[in-house]
Structures are given as structure tokens and as C-alpha cells.
Ligand binder design. Structure first.
Ligand code: DGL
Length: 269
């Protein structure tokens, strides 16, 4: 029995960790498409094709519910997959909506018309593909009016984190925040719209200043999943809990263990 968590690579482990902390009794099946990561520099069609294939294999393995714990996949593939229809008894959900519901102070599934909200100027930090998709702005427009979003494509940050180069990562975070501030000097809130970025939460907060509310996606997704499973307890499928990857399991296990600071053993997808 397990809920599926999908990511292009290791970043989704931040979501997995938050879910495991919030829902310790829910077994998890994590799929890292490491052979094709990073997704953030790929075209929309490419990300859609890769996500569709990986999610189909997770459904096949027995997951009934798959969370796309990857903003780039959520941006490029989720709506297309849902509109094309999913197999009977299967669901796929993304990470944007819980974040936007928190930002716009909405309860899960509140589909009332868009309204004015407390935040006015929002900084979005995400991969180049997520920024290019404008999916965040589209989902936000369904729920809020009068919010100005300035998006900063954070080239290089995912690679620097995956390489474990924290000095370079911090320098890149500072330079992306500076670039954002040139376009929007005083954001009220910042969204870390990539699963890798919560690892750099403190660097973003320091560069943005203490008065900017930085939204941490992993906890929001965990809260939203907990809410969802309370209403749909039957969506925990038959998959055996596991960590699987399309990449080299040994290499991915080593990186994951370093990333989460506890031993994680991946097997081949
Ligand atoms: N995990 C992806 C995301 O949240 C970023 C990593 C990648 O570019 O593959 O957008």
C-alpha cells in the first residue's frame, strides 16, 4: 500500500520528508526520473512526455494516487494529463494548487470566484521551464485578483544543489534575489516554486529580508495530502513502498542519502 510521489530527481525528497513527518503511517512510493533530470531546462512537450510515462509506470506499480512533487512537471504536464483523462480509480495531483490556496487563504477545494487577498506583490522563484509556462499565474488568476507576480527563473540552482556545491548555490540565490528585486523592489511574499529550493530557505529569506513571507511548499503539500486522504482514505493504492529511479540506483542512493542526511536506497524503476 503506498501513495506515489514523483519528481524529476532528488528535489521531491523535501516533499517526501514533509509528508512522512506529517503522515508517518502512510507508506510512500517515490519515483526519481534521474535519467532525464533536470526537467527545468526542457521544453513543455518533453516534460509532459516524460512525466506521463513515469506516472503511468507508477499507476502500473499499484499507486492509485500520484503527487507530482515537481513544479516543472506540475506546470508542464498536470493540466494536460488531467484533461486527457486518467485511468479509472487513478488520480494525479500537483504541487501548485496547495501553495496558491495557502497564498490566497483558501480552504481545499474552495472554488468560489477570484477575490482580493492580503498579498499584493508576489515573487516567484522557479526553474526556467516553470517560469516560461506561466502556470502559476494561470492558477492564481482562478483564485485571486489584484496580485502582481514577478517571476525569476533561477538558472543553475538545481544543478548546484545536486552537485552539493553550497557556496555556489548561495551565491546564485543571492544573485537571483537581486535580479528579482530590480523588477519588484518590495515583494510581500515569496514562493519557492521548485522542490529543491526549501533546502536553501534560509539563504532566500536572508537575501529577501525578514519582512518577506517565504512560502515553504513541502509542508503545504503535506497538509493538503493529509486533508485529501482524510476524505479519500481508499486512495492509498497497492504499491509496495519503495524508492525507484530511472537513473543509476547506486549514484542516486548516494546523493539522496547526502541530501536527506539519512540512508535512502533506490532500486531501478
Ligand atoms: N524538481 C523540479 C521542480 O520542482 C526541479 C528540478 C529539475 O529541473 O528537474 O521544478
Amino acid at each position: 500500500m503506498a501513495v506515489g510521489i514523483f519528481d524529476s530527481g532528488l528535489g521531491g525528497l523535501t516533499v517526501l520528508d514533509a509528508v512522512a513527518g506529517k503522515l508517518p503511517d502512510v507508506p510512500l512510493y517515490y519515483y526519481a526520473d534521474s535519467a532525464h533530470a533536470p526537467y527545468g531546462v526542457r521544453t513543455m512537450d518533453d516534460v509532459h512526455g516524460l512525466t506521463k510515462t513515469a506516472v503511468a509506470s507508477m499507476w502500473e506499480a499499484g499507486c492509485d494516487l500520484v503527487i507530482l512533487a515537481c513544479n516543472t512537471a506540475s506546470a508542464a504536464a498536470l493540466r494536460r494529463m488531467q484533461e486527457a483523462g486518467v485511468p479509472k480509480g487513478k488520480r494525479v495531483l500537483g504541487v501548485f494548487v496547495p501553495m496558491i490556496e495557502a497564498l490566497t487563504e483558501r480552504q481545499w477545494g474552495d472554488n468560489s470566484p477570484p477575490r482580493e487577498v492580503a498579498v499584493k506583490d508576489v515573487a516567484l522563484f522557479a526553474t526556467p521551464a516553470t517560469v516560461a509556462s506561466r502556470a502559476f499565474q494561470r492558477e492564481l488568476a482562478f483564485r485571486a485578483i489584484g496580485v502582481d507576480v514577478e517571476a525569476q527563473a533561477c538558472g543553475g540552482v538545481v544543478d548546484a544543489i545536486e552537485d552539493g556545491d553550497m557556496i555556489l548555490t548561495e551565491a546564485l540565490v543571492r544573485s537571483h534575489v537581486d535580479a528579482l528585486k530590480r523588477k519588484m523592489p518590495k515583494p510581500d511574499a515569496a514562493i519557492l516554486g521548485c522542490t529543491h529550493y526549501p533546502l536553501m530557505h534560509d539563504a532566500f529569506q536572508a537575501a529577501l529580508g525578514e519582512d518577506v513571507k517565504v512560502f515553504s511548499q513541502a509542508d503545504l503539500v503535506a497538509d493538503s495530502l493529509s486533508d485529501y486522504l482524510e476524505r479519500h482514505p481508499d486512495m492509498i493504492g497497492d504499491a509496495d513502498p519503495a524508492f525507484v529511479t530511472s537513473g543509476d540506483p547506486k549514484r542516486v542512493s548516494d546523493r539522496a542519502t547526502q541530501f536527506l542526511r539519512r540512508q535512502i536506497i533506490f532500486q531501478s524503476a
